[in-house]
Design a protein around this ligand. Structure first.
Ligand code: FES
Length: 109
């Protein structure tokens, strides 16, 4: 039986261009927003992950084909932000998963 990985690594570029390497546990039910906050990265996430504020907006710089699709709520909220791109996501709507190992994201300005 293959070994099940309990931790993944995610690379995050902040608004000043600095890259942070985050070690992320998979067994705690965290989202991408939670782990950015845990590392005290400059992500506001004002609504606390309720999909209401879009201040957890980020861009996925690596291949996104393995990621879950946006929900209707995420889609609707992102369509209202001024700097939306095709690779925009809301970090609070992305539960950490093994698919994300090695992923590179950028926190939106
Ligand atoms: S934290 Fe508010 S929408 Fe993600």
């Amino acid at each position: 039986m293959g070994e099940v990985k309990n931790d993944i690594t995610i690379n995050v570029t902040d608004q000043s261009g600095q890259v942070h390497i985050l070690e992320c546990p998979l067994d705690m039910g965290l989202t991408l927003k939670d782990i950015c906050k845990a590392y005290e990265l400059p992500m506001e996430a004002m609504c606390g992950g309720m999909a209401m504020c879009a201040t957890c907006h980020c861009y996925i710089l690596s291949d996104t084909s393995a990621l879950p699709e946006k929900s209707d709520v995420e889609y609707a909220l992102l369509s209202e932000v001024f700097n939306e791109k095709s690779n925009s996501r809301l970090a609070c709507q992305m539960p950490l998963s093994a698919f994300m190992d090695g992923m590179h994201i950028e926190i939106a300005p």
